[in-house]
Design a protein around this ligand. Sequence first.
Ligand SMILES: Nc1ncnc2c1ncn2[C@@H]1O[C@H](COP(=O)(O)OP(=O)(O)OP(=O)(O)O)[C@@H](O)[C@H]1O
Length: 279
Amino acid sequence: MTDLRQPLAPRQQNPAAGGPPELELSGVSVRFGGVNAVSQVSFSVTRGSIHALIGPNGAGKSSCFNAITGVYRLAEGRVAHRGERIDQLRAARIARRGIARTFQNLVLPESLTVAECMRVARHHRTHAGFLATGLGLPRARREERSDRAVIERSAEMAGVVDILDERVGPLPYGVRKRVEFARALCAEPSVLMLDEPVAGINDTESAQMAHAVRRARDEADLTVLLVEHDMNFVMTLADRITVLQSGQVIADAAPEEVRADPAVIAAYLGDDVEEAARD
Ligand SMILES: Nc1ncnc2c1ncn2[C@@H]1O[C@H](COP(=O)(O)OP(=O)(O)OP(=O)(O)O)[C@@H](O)[C@H]1O
């Protein structure tokens, strides 16, 4: 477990915190046969905030992600994006509303360059046909220019702009995680859901990822919902944290409050933090 006794870098206050909800889950339940993966979960993600969903293994975090993105159907409850109900939409429709996600395990094509990987993510936003692009017609040229600008801007925010022409395969794992993040930014989402963005990467790379996420939130008008086990990362970055245990919300508050919540300490953070609190 991460040592929470380490001093944390100061967290920037988000000027948008307290604004309108970007995402709202109300009484959401997800069931698999007899298993209640998520039970009556309600929380709201403020527009422009970085919101973390944490909890021990099997707490229901991934199931919540999959319920929001339309991969799993809800047994009950509702999910709203900008006030409109989305839980009855197909996953592709939800993605088209600007709700994008990254995955716990990297799914980048290793033989492509960073720029090529990112260009693939732009495809669904491109309207000029194959022929128009091939013939270099004005609309296709305009789209190509704007694609390039979005790719460069996304790469800049993610800190990978200097390696746009490098192949993905040989890049260190932590850098590839930021390439995946840059690729998700390329779709110009309004909500970006990050599934364990710093799992398996070292402290330096984790700090770089935190910087990239904060920068993208600040500069790209983004709302971020993330699942992560690394508590230093979460406590440093998040404006708000929802804690799940056995499919239920046991805390939903600012990081300082969550850190001090005895129910969270007992249920999730465990002995390390109890010791830290005594020190
Ligand atoms: N497809 C599935 N079929 C059956 N049970 C499932 C399925 N997916 C998840 N579960 C169960 O639902 C519960 C919640 O799992 P979930 O993966 O959402 O938790 P999690 O908090 O994301 O865990 P982790 O941190 O280990 O990824 C667990 O008991 C899990 O075994």
